[in-house]
Design a protein around this ligand. Sequence first.
Ligand code: ATP
Length: 618
Amino acid sequence: MPPPLGGHGARGFMSEEEKASLPKVTPALLKRVFSCLTPYWKQLILTLLCIILSSVFILLPSILTGKIIDEGLIGRNLSKLIFYLALSFAVTLGANLIQVAESYINTWIAQHITFDMRNTMFTHLQKMSQRFFTSNNQGDIITRMTGDISGVEQVVTSTFSSILSNSITLVVALVAMFRKNWILALLGIIIVPAFTLPTRRAGKTRWSITREAQECTDEINGILNETMSVSGQLLVKLFCREDHEYGKYRDVNGRLIRLHIRESMAGRWFRVVLSLFTNIGPMLLYLVGGILMMRYDSSLTVGDITVLVALLGKTYGPVNSLLNIQVEWMRSMALFTRIFEYFDMPVEIENIPGALVPKKATGSVKFTHVDFSYEPDRQILKDVNFTLESGHSVAIVGPSGSGKSTIINLIPRLYDVTGGSVTFDGVDVRHLDLAFLRRNVGVVTQDSYLFNGTIRENLLYARPDATEQDLLDACGKANILDFILAQPDGLDTMVGNRGLKLSGGEKQRVSIARVLLKDPALLIFDEATSALDSISESKIQEAIDPLIESRTSILIAHRLSTILAADEILVVKEGQIVERGQHRDLVKAGGVYTELYETQFSRALENEDTEQETGQEK
Ligand code: ATP
């Protein structure tokens, strides 16, 4: 269903929904919008000059028509006729050349403004915390980055210059008309609104169809986004929903073509109405002009009437555009408001003034009475205390959802604590330089993310200046070198969308190599919960063992062998550390750890043993 439309007037083109969400155009907003233009004031003055010149030039041929008719044709003077025709031609050519220059400068300004805005938005968004990215819809972020900013470009190239050029053309045309004959000029002023009303109706229909078509396109994009993604297709295939998805797609597509047909027909009627009224206007002027000329006013010439008719023709466009400009203006302001909303979002996690940049990091970590919540009314971590000395390692274990990943998120300041403190090398992480902190904390996440590119590109992400030998060494240590060398393209093997051409285990080993290249003082390893086969598991284990031995590390562990490699075990339940110590003591304590051991670790151990035995038999 098309959105309901409002009443008459310029706002009649907007839906109720749009009207309700109209931005408040305050002086502060206008000042801010214009502040985006100020760096380009020189170019703006140039455009202004071009607009004034071309608006006047474009009317001159119409005014010269009078002279062509009266002095050239009726006066039977060939040289005057040729002179005015040549002048008309030169002026028209000049006006067009000026318009070319104007559109170049306009586009240049618009592109530079959007370039500035996109860059400001990108750098600002990069500073936003994880909270922003987890709670905001990705589509919305992308729309603001692309659609909204492109809309602003449209504002600069069309709205601003349209207001200016149309106003100037209209004023010049009206002045010229009144100078020729005030009665006919007045008649013209009455005709113009009569013409705009029906065309506005046609425009209104078109607008509502366009909006509906836009909604359809959004829906199609949504379907494509979901079904054509790697995970979406997997779901479709495994649940045999191909027909259902195709049906959905075909329905919307069908709706869209019907709308496009209606839209093009509405456009057709629009043109009929337009040509009807543009023809009636001149007819009326000829009639009244003729009566005036023949019966009352002997000074009125055929040329004068022709000029008035020509000028009248030139006013239709500007009047119509100016009547609609309010809609465009409000829509532009709405776009600016949406963009400024993002610009104004406070950066939650940033460097404090004078943040510390120590010379060297050892990787020690201390949690003191740490409380944390993602959302105000749900506390996730409660009074977490632990110390990790430099060169040591801790394993964090606990049931799913107990808060293990949350604990490690607080160290590189992906989030800030809501109570207590986290220190790195004895300094509160909030007082450390963020770049220093994140350079010295390396994280291998559960679901390792690889960019779509080659293995080499993914490795170089950690250290762009690494040599070939560095890359090979890191891969060797991460136990992935044999796999890479067995590929025809070696390090230049493409990893596919999100690294999906590699297996879970291979991906994790590539990301271990990536962290090795970064060589952080503190290593955090979030072990994958997904069951890898024992060979992959042991390869990963071989990769991480030497890492843990030589550096400070935190392991979120699901496998007994990983847990046993750590110096201390922290058992987390419902956001609290409920037990801590060594495996042999904890397993006997009869608490959460014993339960985890009995239900998870020992079973994993059994599986491992069985698989190894089977492997040996083979
Ligand atoms: P698993 O072993 O399954 O990975 P975990 O122990 O690492 O679990 P966390 O990921 O730390 O658990 O999650 C702890 C709790 O915090 C969960 O209840 C989860 O729903 C909630 N949580 C995690 N991330 C967010 C987030 N970005 N916003 C809101 N709540 C979150």
